[in-house]
Design a protein around this ligand. Structure first.
Ligand code: CTP
Length: 420
């Protein structure tokens, strides 16, 4: 079957745990979102959650028993925490209270949700929700750090006004975002680990070229495409290192991130990481020009015109391609607004690349700071137009093509060796 890059979700079994917070009512929307995506959802509530929302609500909408206490007399399965935990593909807790996070982190198991947490081998993802003070408390932050170290995926709470009137981080992330995060994790776990052994080096984000200590030249890149590439690579068993300039998209879990600011710093970081890489993907929006001089002090306002003299930045992608050794696949991006394929192909030739991902940034749903992209993948031997898809799906398609090119290069390498 063709790999269309679409998430493999249908029929996946999700356990949705709901803890006792004011945001518990939002769990209904999360459950509906998961169901719409094709998941079979079973719900379990803590006793305190029942103070905020009735188990019956979930029972009516899932047509499944809702578990609160697995030792309750009406429970048909006296060891439900074991059987339930073995039958799920994902354990999502939303909202997760400070109390529940602390119990998970400490390994306490005194109710159904906590015993399920210990007993399951499925990936676990939690969406904390609490008052900002409680979120910032060192005890909560210790629990979060411990859970991350234990491999739990955390959906960061949003900032905003809380039910108690306080303002800050702690609001349950939007139900749609929780659903998307859960679906991405399910998708990642359903993927073949076909890139095991590959080491993928990615550039991401917008470089900043300083004018003076407080000003810089930059662009609108969010880093989302580069981070999606890392997320896809990790899901398929590869190692991923991202050399990231300024980004606003959330960092992918498990990637090594090397932070840089300017094009010059990005070049240096890339060159020091390159000897280890098998695939290099330049997804960063690198400023093409930088000020010739960085003013040592803040430039003061005056009535006169100000002229900034700019010089070209180093072309990182071209430099990597120039130094390319055998069996390194080099992939670039081309953001164009006209004659897209033709210009991208010229860029592929000029920079000596193996693959170029061309996108027409003038189209709706493509380009900078969007969730989706519309691209054409152009290699020397073939070109493929892809429909509009999420950046994560684009990332998987780019990796499919990079994997094919890498296999071709390895085959060429071994033929060359045999002939010699
Ligand atoms: N790139 C880079 N270093 C630079 C500039 C660009 O690594 N100094 C990489 C980008 O990450 C991207 C590709 O090169 O993969 C884009 O090529 P570029 O020549 O900058 O083209 P565009 O900016 O897309 O367009 P144009 O040539 O029309 O300016």
């Amino acid at each position: 079957m063709l790999d269309d890059g679409a998430p493999r979700i249908a029929g996946k079994r999700v356990a949705l745990g709901v803890a006792g917070g004011i945001a518990a009512y939002k769990a209904v929307e999360i459950m509906r979102g998961l169901q719409r995506a094709g998941c079979a959802v079973r719900v379990a509530l803590t006793r305190h959650a029942c103070e905020f929302i009735r188990p019956l609500t979930f029972r009516a909408l899932t047509d499944e028993p809702v578990i609160v206490d697995d030792y309750a007399p009406e429970n048909p399965d006296p060891i439900a925490h074991i059987s339930f935990s073995q039958q799920i593909d994902l354990f999502l807790v939303a909202p997760a209270t400070a109390n529940l996070l602390a119990k998970f982190a400490a390994g306490l198991a005194d109710d159904f949700l906590t015993t399920t947490y210990l007993a399951t081998t499925a990936p676990v993802i939690v969406a904390p929700a609490m008052n900002p003070q409680m979120w910032h408390h060192p005890a909560t932050q210790r629990a979060i750090a411990q859970l991350r170290a234990d491999g739990v995926h955390i959906i960061e709470p949003d900032r905003g006004e809380m039910a108690c009137g306080a303002v800050g981080p702690g609001r349950l992330s939007e139900p749609e975002k929780v659903v998307q995060a859960a679906l991405r994790l399910l998708d990642a776990h359903g993927r073949a680990r076909d890139l095991t052994g590959e080491r993928i080096l990615i550039t991401a984000g917008a470089t900043r070229e300083e004018i003076d200590p407080v000003r810089f030249i930059s662009n609108r890149s969010s880093g989302r495409m580069g981070f999606a590439l890392a997320e896809a690579a990790l899901a398929r068993g590869a190692q991923a290192t991202v050399v990231a300039a300024a980004t606003s998209a959330p960092e992918p879990c498990g990637a090594r991130i090397v932070r840089v600011s300017s094009a010059e710093e990005m070049l240096r970081a890339v060159m020091s990481e390159l000897p280890d890489a098998t695939i290099f993907i330049a997804a960063a929006a690198v400023a093409d020009y930088r000020p010739v001089m960085r003013a040592p002090q803040k430039i003061k306002k005056s009535d006169r015109r100000l002229t900034l003299e700019l010089e070209p930045t180093p072309d990182i992608l071209a430099e990597v391609a120039r130094q390319k050794r055998d069996a390194l696949v080099v992939v670039g991006f081309a953001a164009e607004t006209e004659r897209v394929a033709e210009r991208a192909r010229a860029k592929l030739e000029r920079k000596g690349l193996d693959l170029i991902v061309a996108n027409d940034v003038s189209q709706e749903g493509a380009g900078f700071d969007t969730e989706t992209n519309i691209v054409t993948l152009i290699a020397r031997d073939r070109a493929r137009d892809l429909p509009r898809m999420t950046k994560l799906e684009v990332a998987h398609r780019v990796l499919d093509e990079a994997k094919r090119l890498r296999a071709m290069q390895m085959a060429d390498g071994s033929t060359a060796k045999t002939v010699r």
